[in-house]
Structure formats: C-alpha cells, structure tokens
Design a protein around this ligand. Sequence first.
Ligand SMILES: Cc1cc2nc3c(=O)[nH]c(=O)nc-3n(C[C@H](O)[C@H](O)[C@H](O)COP(=O)(O)OP(=O)(O)OC[C@H]3O[C@@H](n4cnc5c(N)ncnc54)[C@H](O)[C@@H]3O)c2cc1C
Length: 637
Amino acid sequence: MRLDAKIPAGPVTQKWDRHRFELKLVNPANKRRYNILVIGTGLAGASASASLAELGYHVKTFCIHDSPRRAHSIAAQGGINAAKNYPNDGDSIWRLFYDTVKGGDFRAREANVYRLAQVSNLIIDQCVAQGIPFAREYGGLLDNRSFGGAQLSRTFYARGQTGQQLLLGAYSALMRQVAAGRVHLFPRREMLDLVAVNGQTRGIIARNLVSGEIERHEGHAVVLCTGGYGNVYFLSTNAKACNVTASFRAYKRGAFFANPCFTQIHPTCIPVHGTYQSKLTLMSESLRNDGRVWVPRDAGDKRPAKQIPEAERDYFLERKYPSFGNLVPRDVASRNAKEQCDLGKGVGETGLAVYLDFADAIRRDGRAAIHKKYGNLFQMYEKITGEDPYETPMMIYPAVHYTMGGLWVDYNLMSTIDGLFVLGEANFSDHGANRLGASALMQGLADGYFVIPYTIGGYLAGSRFPEVTADHPAFAETERQVQAQIAKLLSIRGRRTVDDFHRRLGLIMWDHCGMSRNNAGLEKARGKVQELREEFWKNVLVPGGERDFNQSLEKAGRVADFLEFAELMIVDALARQESCGGHFNEAFQTEENEAQRDDANFCHVAAWEFAGDGRAPDFHKEPLVFENVHLTQRSYK
Ligand SMILES: Cc1cc2nc3c(=O)[nH]c(=O)nc-3n(C[C@H](O)[C@H](O)[C@H](O)COP(=O)(O)OP(=O)(O)OC[C@H]3O[C@@H](n4cnc5c(N)ncnc54)[C@H](O)[C@@H]3O)c2cc1C
C-alpha cells in the first residue's frame, strides 16, 4: 500500500485555505443523518465532540472515566502556544512553524505543522470567548511566557493549571451539546475494538466498566482521541489510566502505527524515590523560565546545595547553550542531565538528580512574584518531597512524559482505515521526533476545534455508506473476539499481578528503549519483552469476574496490549539507524554528543502495518520533504 498523505498542492501558506475550499461540504440538513463516534474526552475529544455536534452531527462520546473532566489533559500545567505576538518580541505564524519543525528535529510533515501554527491564534480566541482565565499582564492583554526551543514568549497560561482550565472550557462546550441532545455521553466505557466493514470504519465494541456488559455502537465515522502511550514505561508523568489499547487494537485492524519509538523524556520531574512507586510527577517546563539548572562542578561532591559556593557549581545548560540557556528543548535538556549524572555529578541520595534553583529569581523578583507564577507547583513539590523549594533548590530528573508516535494520519487526520480519524496525542502528526513544550495542548485543540470539523465533512460527503447496523456479522465477530480475550485473561488465575508485569515491562523499556538506546540493548529488550509476554499469558492473576466492576481486568487488557506494543516500539527504534530528537541511538552522535540525523536514509515517517500475530510488522515509508525550513543540524548554542 502506498501511503498518501493527501497534502494539498500550492504554497504552504495557502494549503489549508485552499483545501477547506476544495473539501466537499455536507448540507446542514443532512448532517443530522450522520452518527459520529468520538472516543476520548481530553482536549482533543471534548473539543471535537462539541464542534461536531454544534455543526449538527449526531455524536456519541465515550471515555473510560466517570466524568469527561478526568481525562489526562486536566493535568497539563505549563501552557499553550500561539503566534499572537502580544509581547511584540518577534513572533509570527512563520516563526512558530519554523521553531516547531526544527524542534521536532525535521521529522514532522511541514504542511501539518504550518496549519497548526496558522490555527493557533484561533484557539486562543475561542478559549477566551469560553471564559478561560488566562493570566494577563498589567495592561490587560493576555500574558505570555517562554518555553523551550523558542527565543521569545508565546505561551499562554493559567498559572500552572492551564490544562485544567482549557479542559473545563472544552467540557462546558461538550456538556452544552449533551444538554441540547446532540451529544450522547457514555462515561465508564472502554473501546476494546474497532469494527470495519469492507475496509470502512463502521463502529466500535466497548465494555461498560461498571456492569461489564459488552456493547456495540455503530456510526459513519470514528474519531479516536485516546491520548498517548507513555505508560508503556510503567513510570511516567501520565495519568495512571493512559493506555494504548484503542490505538493498538485499531492498528491490529489495519491502521498503520507511525514512529512508535519517538518518546519524549521530560527533563524536570521529581526523581524516582522507591521501588513501589506507581507514578512520576512533572515539574512544569515553565519553571525553567526562572529556575537555573546546575550540578556540583566536581564529581562526588555531596555537600548540601547551600554549602556549594557559586564558583564550584556548573550551570551546564547555560554553559553549553548560551543562546537558549535553561530553555533548550526537552530532549537536549534531558540528555544533558543524564550526562551529568553519568559523570558522577548527580545530586540527592541516588545521584540521579540535578538542581533546579530559584534563589536568583527570588532575590531578583521577590518571593511573592515567584509564588504568583508557580505557587501551585512549589506546593506540589513540597507535598511530595517534604522540601521547600523557596529555601532549597528543587531536585529534578528526566522522566517519560509524552509520545510523539501514534497512529498514522493523512492531512485530513484520517488513518489508513477509511473513516477512522485520529486526533490529539493519539496521532503521530505534528511534533516529529521531539515535541516543544506547550505544543500538545495547541495540537489537541487545533485538531478538535479547527481541523476535524472540515475534514470529516469531506469524508462523509464523498463516501457511500451501505446499510450497516449493530446486527451486522462484523459486529458479532468482533464482539466474539473481545469476549474471548476477556475470558482468556480471567481463566489464567496465575501467581503474578498485572502491576508486577507492567512494572517489569517498564523497566525493560526504560533501560533499553528510553533516553538513550543502542542496538545491542534494543535486541536484548526485544527478547526480554517476548519472554515477559509469554509469561504473562501463563501466569497473570486477574481476580474477579467479567460481569463486574473489575479494575484488574481493565488493567490486564491494557497491559496485554502494552506487552505487544512495546515490541513494535523496539522494532521501530532498531529500524531507525540514526539519532533524532528523543530517539537517541548512542552510535549516532556528533562530536558534541548531540543527536546525529541521517537525512539521506531516514528523512521519513516510519509507518508499521500489522501483519498477523507472531509475525514481524510490515514497514512503510512516508518520505518527508522540506521546502520551507531547510534541513540543518539543530543548534541551540
Ligand atoms: C503532567 C503533564 C503536564 C502537561 N503539561 C502540558 C502543557 O503545559 N502544555 C502542553 O501543551 N502539553 C502538556 N502536556 C501534554 C498534554 O497534556 C497531552 O498531550 C494532552 O492533554 C493529550 O490530550 P488528548 O486529548 O490527546 O488525550 P487525553 O487528555 O489523554 O485524553 C484521552 C481520553 O481518552 C479516553 N480513553 C483512553 N482510552 C480509551 C478507550 N480505550 N476507550 C474509551 N476512552 C478511552 C480517556 O478516558 C480520556 O478521556 C502535559 C502532559 C503531562 C503528562
């Protein structure tokens, strides 16, 4: 199969306008004839559901939580990018486009990134109209702060709770449509499979997580907004419920998975502190606006931070990257922190941490000013670690945070299965090999509010839909397969818990397919994942029954998918014999230990097609063409 990204012709600045004009429209009176299933209620899913219902489509919206507001998006802290240029410091749509392509280490599609930058400003207008309480500066305009990979301030924020405020806005828009009867909301439902009839998406199989009942839902299109898969590492900053199940099961039905090995390791997280920890906590990138990252100059220096004089500290990011300083992109900051720890300069009990110090900022701006900007983050840090960051520097270490890989989509956000659209973190789309801070919220809302309302219309108006109901044999067969897997999981009655398998999988992935990778380690990890998977299916313990509220069963299904998906990540990492962004293969680095791309051989999206259980996936390539931002070695010096 030839991958066709359906990128419109013409200059990059005109592609989206032209495409919107050329897309077929669905007449307003006909929209109510179409049923659209939206899976997920994070920023991508809530905004898509609200926008599609507002247009007049019948929408059914599903999420695994008890309320749409519990989607992981609620946890986003730092902010959302847009090219408004309010601070008058040199921003433009073109610069946001440029920074994002470069930040992604030239592994994203130019046309999509330009569109993202273009609609970024509309998102802010929409959110302001919804009443999102963005921070304002003294003149009344919305305030902006800086994030990594940009030399200006374009990040809109609501203290350290931007995701919460944006999600409450999207949720309000969604609930308005629920009240109007245009969205039918299905909380506590888990999509367990996709139903396709003659290659066309026609519905889903979902499990009611309270009653255990298996449900069939038919529709004319499915919009998957189920978030990222960072929890394959067990420990991550993601909410515990984040998973790959919906995407992976769609992959098994024919949706290609793109760049699964592209994982983002965020530099500023609270370090791991115990074997039985189940979650890692992010300290927002916004803190690097004022916090200075340092380690002791000499390896093995175990004095408390306050006793280490200025001359004996190494502000390594400021030293190595004078132009961007502490605000280098995440992949660069994370690798450097690891490098310092590997050199024996790490701090804290484990030696796996570096300092993030606010002393200078507090001296300069006063404690009150710092409290106003970051109060909730400082409080969170103190509650978790017992240390007061106003008095002693924070200790931070990189942790898994975001996944740039996802289901492959074309310019219309449609996967390789007709009628299956993928939005938000679940698609591979716009961030290449490294996402810049504050760009995920932007992308989720761009997809949901401003892209899918147009592109889904083009699909619906241009397609034929033979009569298919939930009684169709394809539904019956898919449901049978879902039931069989559940029965199998419950029948094993082994000796090890689901969490035990998940934790062991996470460790394999972190050690060998994490911040830094090498071919021998990846090969080893592949074998270990296969062994663990085999053991899982013989020895996992899933207590309880299927007609019940059974969280062990829910987790077991998700971990079963992670165990297969992890191998796909490793296969992808092995196939990409270069370093780029978050994918750092030790064999490919510059003299200064930066990621060394190989544009001659790897300037492409790697898209994997499921080839059957126990068989290696088939590889497909979407070449990436850079006409506007020229391929160069990324430099933040
Ligand atoms: C701690 C933290 C802070 C962050 N801060 C920022 C920030 O400041 N700025 C920024 O740009 N980005 C930030 N990010 C990234 C950003 O929050 C996420 O990428 C983004 O919110 C993802 O939104 P989404 O709508 O794609 O998915 P999610 O918000 O993860 O929503 C997924 C939805 O899918 C549902 N779901 C999942 N599986 C199923 C299934 N099988 N069946 C039915 N429903 C299902 C869930 O119930 C949920 O409703 C942060 C990430 C983390 C971890």
